[in-house]
Design a protein around this ligand. Structure first.
Ligand SMILES: Cc1ncc(COP(=O)(O)O)c(C=O)c1O
Length: 488
């Protein structure tokens, strides 16, 4: 496959045919991989090859580049396209978004701003999200790389809302009363990271205990805010959780709203995956009640909406203020006229990035091809399968549920007593790690691990539209067999 000196193909017809062939092969690979190993390790030889290869100075035939990809990269997928991948919180990817990815690359639009199709698609997708999550039309809506980025942006808006927009120029490091943010012990590490890198310091992230349903303890939250006020701190933000990473639980959002109103704090919700329970069956959608009362909401399309990485979103109730926080337009970016330089408002004025990909098209294809009803059914199904996994674990001789699941996350550990012997935390931790490692290495299933109290626990996040009942039955059987072997 030859390219001319301007880097374009010599023959566009030939490249079109080649792309069609390549896409067909990729889809066939995907279909086959669903029935094969979830994961396999990258061999040392491949790691070495990739580490040693120096920057290419001379051209290679494109077919050779593709051959290298086939041999050294494609076999070593992350595994999240497979129905028995339950690790961390990773979505599976959709075929409509795959088509969109091709279109995104061919259009190569910069969604930072100006007047072109990508801008109107992102506005449309974000308007859909405002409708879904109960935000007003004038809210700010921005596609992001994911919830970490969205939470970081929400935090920036919250800081300037509390300290005044003029601090954007003066800086806030000379503010004498340190800012304080509050979330529960269940809060995700991306919250800690956002607080740390914004210069507030995670010593000023006040971590509140949870009740028996893993929801932030409202009386303790109020008490800590009162104490902080008395000690000269500036409470400015409370971060609620819609779907916590360890237990999949949801805070009482209406109660958080009341506290935020009482103490003039910004309310943000981390809804990375859990926000999408809003479109599931009522018994799950009910968990998100009150989420619409938040000032800002972070959520991902690359988790429970199954869209390819990376694809997240941020909604900010006061879109005009969000724009004040992030807007900066040097002369070369000044809007003018009705032509390409028009198209106000520009997305670059609502977040960090000036150059931005056309991620919205992946969501647009996915939402239009399936419709929200079907996607909501897939979310409900993930929660149903989590419940099924929990029921099978409950019947097991070897395992014990660590927490009763509320959504799509299940955690379990070894029984406290096995074969008449007490199993301490150390033995439990060893066994859980061995089981998870063995299943990953055999390519049969991917679970991940976390810690709950004294115990390391096995964790399943069913964020996977391909998982079926027999996948759940299979993994529980295999866990039982492996536990029998390990305990002999
Ligand atoms: C509850 C929660 N919040 C935030 C994040 C971070 O999201 P992202 O990986 O899209 O940045 C995750 C990721 O798993 C999560 O589960």
């Amino acid at each position: 496959m030859q390219f001319n000196d301007n880097l374009d193909p010599e023959d566009w017809q030939q490249i079109a045919a080649y792309l069609a062939e390549f896409t067909a092969e990729e889809i066939q690979e995907l279909a086959q991989s669903i029935d094969s190993s979830v994961w396999q390790p990258v061999p040392d030889s491949v790691k070495q090859l990739l580490a040693d290869e120096s920057v290419p100075l001379d051209h290679s035939d494109l077919e050779q580049v593709v051959a290298d990809y086939r041999a050294h990269i494609r076999p070593y997928r992350n595994g999240n396209t497979h129905p028995r991948f339950f690790g961390w919180v990773q979505g599976t990817g959709t075929i409509p978004a795959l088509l969109a990815d091709i279109a995104i690359s061919t259009m190569n639009s910069n969604s930072g701003g100006r007047d072109h199709g990508a801008i109107y698609v992102e506005r449309q997708v974000m308007n859909w999200c405002k409708q879904i999550f109960g935000f007003p039309v004038e809210a700010g809506g921005l596609m992001t790389s994911g919830t970490s980025a969205s939470t970081h942006l929400g935090l920036q808006v919250a800081i300037f809302r509390k300290l005044g927009i003029e601090q954007k120029y003066k800086g806030f490091f000379n503010v004498c009363k340190p800012l304080r943010c509050y979330t529960s012990v269940e809060g995700h590490s991306s919250i800690i990271k956002a607080i740390q890198i914004s210069g507030i310091g995670s010593d000023n992230l006040v971590v509140i205990d949870t009740d028996s349903k893993h929801r932030i303890l409202i009386p303790q939250l109020e008490q800590r805010i009162e104490e902080d006020l008395a000690n000269g701190y500036t409470p400015f933000m409370v971060i609620g959780n819609a779907g916590t990473v360890n237990t999949g639980s949801f805070d009482d959002f209406a109660a958080i709203r009341q506290i935020c109103d009482r103490y003039d704090c910004w309310m943000h919700v981390d809804g990375a995956f859990g926000a999408w329970l809003k479109i599931a069956e009522e018994k799950y959608a009910g968990l998100t009640r009150g989420m619409e009362l938040t000032d800002s909401l972070a959520f991902d399309f690359h988790k429970l909406m199954y869209v390819q990485y990376d694809c997240g979103g941020l909604l900010v109730n006061d879109g005009a203020f969000q724009q004040q926080v992030f807007s900066i337009r040097p002369n070369y970016l000044a809007p003018h006229g009705q032509a390409l330089a028009g198209g106000e408002p520009w997305f670059c004025d609502y977040g960090m990035e000036l150059s931005r990909s056309f991620r919205a098209l992946k969501v647009w294809f996915t939402f239009k091809a399936y419709g929200l009803n079907k996607l909501g059914q897939a979310v409900t199904e993930n929660c149903r399968l989590a419940k099924k996994l929990a029921q099978l674990i409950k019947q097991s001789t070897y395992f014990k549920l660590a927490k009763k699941p509320v959504s799509n996350i299940v955690t379990f550990k070894m029984q406290n007593k096995l074969n008449g012997h007490k199993l301490g935390p150390q033995r439990n931790d060893e066994l859980c790690e061995q089981l998870v490692t063995r299943l990953q290495l055999s390519g049969e299933a991917v679970f991940s691990l976390t810690r709950q109290g004294k115990y390391r626990v096995i964790r399943a996040s069913i964020t996977n539209h391909r998982t079926r009942d027999d996948d759940i039955e299979f993994v529980v059987d295999r866990l039982e067999q492996l536990a029998t072997e390990l305990l002999q």
